[in-house]
Design a protein around this ligand. Structure first.
Ligand SMILES: Cc1ncc(COP(=O)(O)O)c(C=O)c1O
Length: 409
């Protein structure tokens, strides 16, 4: 039998830690507070959210051809409308993919290779820095630090740029911290990219779930596509803010025909088309009759649940600290004992074993430097959070003191 070591020796890519953690634990978690989607909905729920109850979701008489290769006109126009706030975007600047994970993969596969240098926002979804490495690019991490409330420092970015830098990758809103790259930072980022002729790729999969920042705030971040620079690409999907991870629909958008064509060329090797059924359901979800009800449900759920999480954090201030998230579905919370970081992996494992509450350990899933951090996915059904936290409180009173410290392991 092959051991994990044998498999690792064969594989060209390092393990995708957060996906492995989720896969290992989520099917037997009683209270999944690690999930990053806003509580998923059914097709019945989706219909219920529509202002037009007569419109059809899917017609069973439709022939199941590949469909339109790059995605249906209807879906791509609905998406183009979402990116047309500042300046109209045409549907031919949108490519449909099986989720944002495939959107990211396609962009990187199509545009990055040996000899290129890539700068990636960190911490973030591991795919965004590991895939460029696996394609032969050199990668530098642009660190958001908790000391700066997870904001990025433009001077640090400037110092990272090299003659062969090709792309800067940001994740906005950011997984796992639930913070944003602010509008002023985005403006500076654009200026620097323009000066050095760089591509900016923004993984915007958590847009537009801005639960705790007003659109009137000077920090409120527009989509990267609303800024005055053409060499930008945004990726997104229906999984997180739209609660529809089970239809695997994501997208790549850009104002640049050259960038879209380069991605389309890469996509031909991996995708052909996305399921026609998924495409049609996605178009329905993003139609004017449905999108407002769906997003309003999700923003309300996120706000309500964040209130519950905040009460929890406040009552365990002796053990944890956080930068309260403003967007997306996650919070990155640091746990310690007498000023020392706890072993977050042992914490998550023991909590799961004793209470059925599932969280995501920072060090395992986001990098060695995140000792003591735990990612909460707080946009589950509210009753899951209520019941899970009841068990969790019991654990904090009894089991927490027995946890090892990060240094001991
Ligand atoms: C930042 C980020 N990008 C992309 C994805 C992939 O999402 P999906 O493929 O379901 O759209 C995730 C999932 O957790 C994510 O957190």
């Amino acid at each position: 039998m092959k051991t994990l070591r044998d498999i690792m020796a064969l594989a060209k890519v390092v393990p995708f830690a957060v996906e492995q953690w989720m896969d290992e634990h989520e099917t037997h978690a009683r209270y999944n507070i690690a999930e990053t989607c806003v509580a998923s909905i059914s097709l019945d729920d989706l219909k219920e959210l529509s202002e037009d109850k007569t419109s059809e979701l899917w017609s069973t008489s439709t022939k199941l051809t590949y469909g339109t290769i790059r995605g249906s006109e209807k879906l791509r126009s609905n998406l183009a409308n979402l990116y047309s706030v500042k300046k109209p975007l045409q549907a031919d600047k949108v490519l449909i993919t099986p989720g944002a994970i495939a959107a990211n993969m396609t962009v990187l596969y199509g545009l990055v290779g040996k000899g290129d240098h890539v700068i990636c926002h960190y911490p973030t979804y591991q795919q965004l820095y590991e895939v460029p490495k696996s394609l032969g690019a050199e990668v530098d991490l642009w660190r958001a630090s908790e000391k700066r409330k997870w904001q990025l420092d433009i001077q640090e970015l400037k110092a990272l740029i090299r003659p062969n830098t090709k792309m800067i990758i940001v994740n906005n809103p950011q997984n796992p911290t639930g913070t944003i790259v602010s509008k002023p930072t985005l403006d500076s980022l654009i200026e620097i990219a323009e000066e050095h002729n760089l591509i900016i790729m923004a993984d915007e999969v958590y847009r537009p779930l801005f639960h705790s920042i007003s659109p009137m705030s000077p920090d409120f971040p527009p989509s990267i596509l609303s800024l005055p620079y053409t060499k930008v690409i945004a990726t997104g999907s229906l999984s997180k803010a739209y609660s529809l991870a089970g239809i695997r629909v994501g997208w790549i958008v850009s104002r640049s025909s050259e960038l879209i064509e380069a991605c389309a060329q890469a996509r031909d090797y991996t995708t052909i088309s996305v399921s026609k059924i998924d495409d049609q359901i996605a178009a329905y979800a993003l139609s004017q009759d449905v999108i407002h009800g769906l997003l309003s449900r999700n923003i309300q759920l996120a706000r309500r649940n964040l209130g519950i999480l905040e009460t929890f954090v406040e009552s365990f201030r002796w053990a944890c600290e956080w930068v309260k998230p403003v967007a997306g579905t996650t919070a990155f919370i640091k746990f310690s004992k007498m000023g020392q970081d706890i072993d977050d992996v042992a914490f998550c494992e023991k909590l799961m074993e004793e209470t059925g509450v599932m969280l995501c350990p920072g060090r395992r899933c986001f990098g060695e430097e995140f000792k003591g951090y735990v990612r909460f996915g707080f946009c589950c059904e509210t009753y899951v959070l209520d019941e899970g936290f009841e068990k969790f409180r019991g654990f904090m009173k009894k089991g927490y003191q027995t946890l090892p410290l990060a240094e001991e392991t």
